[in-house]
Design a protein around this ligand. Structure first.
Ligand code: NAD
Ligand code: UFG
Length: 338
């Protein structure tokens, strides 16, 4: 079976391509490399001893995208490609709506016209807005997304739901990721943020390697165990494995399904810092800063549905997440070096 992975050279996409290849699937990647490096393709080959077909194509280029469907036959599409920086999306909303929405619409159009109606979409816990209760189940109503990035996820979920409603031949799984961190245990692939990281773990690893002087912790007065924000961090390899399980569900004619992908455990920022220090032996200097606009106090998943339906549970703990993130940073101090 051949799987098309959009955004397959990115952070989560590359780990998923590894899992797919290791599970015997053939893989084709579409990526415009706007937030990733072609070096990832060699790294995937080093890990798996297999090669994925690569198409350097922008999903906005409808003709080129369609050309891939003309030349290859796909059994399922996993759609990671999108822009994901929350702050940038507030400053440049058009860019986010255009890239994420039009890119997805082009993809659905090509799929539809070539009779490929199996799709897994990368959504986010951000669609819940500020949760009314935690842990968050899939039944929790969608909330107010405070930024254009989150809006695109929520809108794409709606578009895909309507498409499934109109044509029952579509099998669509919406995966709502919580906070993916970590890296492949080999240290060959991982997360390479552009510029100064916005997310907690890449910021910590850059402090650890001496690129940044200290971590600013955004808010110490939340109604949480120690006053700092609580999130459900999930190892990217566990997340990748969930895609392989979700695909099996698709091939059983899933219809439309939504799954949270998290561990079900919430860790505060201070707990993550201390876990990192324990796992690596490196001290992370920090100071408290005001709350970051748009942040919520606590967000963690109920992952029961994925366990029940997909037989998937996250296996790695917070220590391994920290250790593997650090391992990637240490082995790739300048990222993929391009
Ligand atoms: P990433 O930026 O590392 O990967 C996305 C990939 O898509 C990149 O390689 C980029 O070059 C490519 N891309 C973007 N626009 C494209 C276009 N128009 N045409 C072709 N390629 C394009 O991000 P990631 O962390 O791997 O995230 C993957 C998906 O998961 C995204 O849709 C993201 O919104 C979603 N997600 C990520 C997180 C997270 O914290 N990392 C959380 C929830 C959801
Ligand atoms: N934090 C700091 N200092 C930093 C960075 C983050 O204290 O330098 C704190 C945040 O305030 C928050 C926690 O660390 O309490 C996690 O922040 P991240 O930026 O790593 O992650 P978020 O939960 O804000 O958002 C992430 C992705 C979103 C996605 C969401 C899904 O960035 O795209 O998870 O739950 F939608």
């Amino acid at each position: 079976m051949r799987i098309l992975v959009t955004g397959g050279t990115g952070f989560i996409g590359s780990h998923t391509v590894v899992e797919l290849l290791e599970n015997g699937y053939d893989v084709s990647i579409v990526d415009n490399l706007c937030n990733s490096s072609a070096v990832v393709l060699d790294r995937i080959k080093q890990i798996t001893a297999k090669t994925a077909n690569f198409h350097k194509i922008d999903l906005l280029d409808k003709v080129a995208l369609d050309g891939i469907f003309e030349s290859e036959r796909f059994d399922c599409v996993i759609h990671f490609a999108g822009l994901k920086a929350v702050g940038e999306s507030v400053k440049e909303p058009w860019k986010y709506y255009n890239n994420n929405l039009v890119g997805t619409l082009n993809l659905i159009d090509s799929m539809s016209r070539h009779g490929v109606k199996n799709l897994i979409f990368s959504s986010s816990a951000t669609v819940y807005g500020s949760p009314k209760v935690v842990p968050i189940t899939e039944e929790h109503p969608k909330g107010n997304c405070t930024n254009p990035y989150g809006q695109t996820k929520s809108m794409i979920e709606q578009i895909l739901t309507d498409i499934h409603k109109a044509d029952g031949e579509w099998n669509i799984v919406l995966l709502r990721y919580f906070n993916p961190i970590g890296a492949h245990p080999s240290g060959l692939i991982g997360e390479e943020p552009n510029g100064t990281p916005n997310n907690l773990m890449p910021f910590i690893t850059q402090v650890a390697i001496g690129k940044l002087p200290e971590l600013g912790i955004f808010g110490s007065d939340y109604d949480t165990k120690d006053g700092t924000g609580v999130r459900d961090y999930i190892h990217v390899v566990d997340l990748a494995k969930a895609h392989v399980k979700a695909m099996k569900k698709i091939f059983d004619n899933a219809g439309l399904e939504i799954y949270n992908l998290g561990t079900g455990k919430g860790y505060s920022v201070l707990e993550v810092v201390h876990s990192f220090e324990e796992a690596t032996g490196i001290k992370i200097p920090y100071s408290f800063k005001p709350r970051r606009e748009g942040d919520i106090a606590a967000c963690y998943a109920s992952a029961d549905k994925a366990k029940k339906d997909l037989g998937w549970v996250a296996e790695y703990g917070i220590k391994e997440m920290c250790l593997h993130s650090w391992n990637f940073q240490k082995l790739n101090p300048n990222g993929y070096g391009e």
